[in-house]
Ligand binder design. Structure first.
Ligand code: ADP
Length: 373
């Protein structure tokens, strides 16, 4: 069956009417963060904060309508409450710092939070995030991994963790842990088939709760596995989490299509330093004969990084061992530490840490300054 496209999803959503205004949710600008991947559809419907709970039937209707479309495997729709007024509202960037000042500090014991992002899905962002986290831990740092890919959390599987986090007092959750790394993910809190809802139907509050209401303790660094892409949801996350820096993962094709550049621009917009770019699936390394083939046009990221004045952090080949270990919950950095691939991830992790360690004031970095364009 042909897979559903973004345009088809939007066309279907144009038939979903918001009851108060009588207009459709697409025309009202309520649909954001649409991700369509292998028949899995995810997006958020933005509602005024006071309309959150009352909008649940609207969410359900939209989710069901998409789920029934041919070519749709799963539909995940969440309500978000961060847009104050539709369409003509001032950029949310203006609103974020104030919200942040009022809130309890996010993960106060965490010295550096670093986002791992990508211009689109499927480039190996999660694989890179988990192996970088393990690479940092291998140098003796205290590391946390926050899976913010709410549309398709993969860290429970990649870190080989199942079960649910516990809470001694019913308020603060204990993070899960494996390979010496503390991990939190929406994937622990909801079944794969259920809409991503945790304590109220708000994506942003879910992320903030994963930072604020989890006992992360003292950490040198937290790696955040961002949702793929550069849409509204990603931008909002980038501006609401006090990021010390961001790393962009891209494939050679991704570079060619300028998707990675969108990622760079997104972080620049919210004044988060981009620590560098990693070329994943850079070249194909044949597992049986060791032959190297540049099937995707190896080296594009290095050239692009140079052009943009951003550090090129390194390249990781396309290799069966990397896929099998990450998908099997035994990431290569921890299970085959002597391999060349593990060494490559560790070298990149060290370089990231060096940059953070020498940057002025990173440890005390609070909310980013917001540049309004
Ligand atoms: P993303 O987070 O960007 O969607 P994932 O990390 O989930 O991407 O990777 C997508 C798939 O590609 C997974 O099956 C993963 O194991 C595989 N993969 C990622 N990087 C590599 C690599 N360097 N070599 C081989 N397979 C890889």
């Amino acid at each position: 069956m042909a897979q559903v496209t973004e345009a088809e999803v939007l066309a279907r959503l144009k038939n979903i009417v918001e009851p108060d205004s009588g207009q459709d949710i697409v025309s009202l600008g309520m649909v954001s963060g649409l991700v369509v991947k292998d028949g899995n559809v995810g997006f958020s419907i933005e509602v005024a904060p006071d309309k959150g709970p009352a909008s649940e039937p609207l969410r359900k209707t939209a989710e069901q309508a998409i789920h029934e479309m041919p070519g749709v495997v799963s539909a995940t729709v969440v309500l978000t409450a961060h847009r104050a007024q539709p369409q003509s509202a001032p950029p949310r960037a203006q609103q974020a710092p104030q919200q942040q000042q009022e809130a309890k500090p996010l993960a106060p014991g965490v010295k550096n939070i670093v986002a791992v992002a990508s211009g689109k899905g499927g480039v190996g962002k999660s694989t890179t995030a988990v192996n970088l986290a393990l690479g940092l831990a291998a140098s003796g740092l205290k590391v946390g991994l926050l899976d913010a890919d709410i549309y398709g959390p993969s860290q429970p599987r990649m870190m080989g963790i199942s079960g649910k986090p516990s809470s001694a007092d019913g308020k603060v959750l204990e993070p899960m842990e494996n390979y010496g790394i503390k991990v939190m993910s929406m994937g622990f809190l909801v079944d794969e088939e259920t809409p991503m809802i945790w304590r109220g139907p708000m994506v942003m509050s879910a992320l903030q709760q994963m930072l604020r209401d989890v006992n992360w303790g003292a950490l040198d660094i937290m790696i955040v596995d961002m949702p793929p892409g550069t849409g509204d949801a990603q931008l909002t996350m980038a501006q609401q989490v006090p990021l010390a820096g961001a790393v962009i993962v891209s494939t050679p094709q991704d570079i060619a299509l300028l998707d990675a550049r969108k990622g760079l621009n997104m972080f620049r917009k919210v004044d988060v330093p981009v620590l560098g770019i990693i070329e994943n699936m850079s070249y194909f390394l044949c597992p049986s004969c060791g032959h190297q083939a540049d099937i995707f046009g190896h080296g594009g990221a290095r050239d692009e990084a140079e052009r943009l004045g951003i550090e090129f952090l390194g390249e990781i080949p396309l290799h069966l061992d990397i896929r099998e270990t990450s998908d099997g919950g035994e990431p290569i950095v921890v299970t085959r530490p002597d391999s060349d691939h593990a060494a490559a991830f560790r070298a990149i992790a060290n370089r990231i840490w060096e940059q953070l360690d020498t940057a002025d004031g990173v440890e005390t970095r609070k909310a980013p300054n917001i540049v309004i364009q």
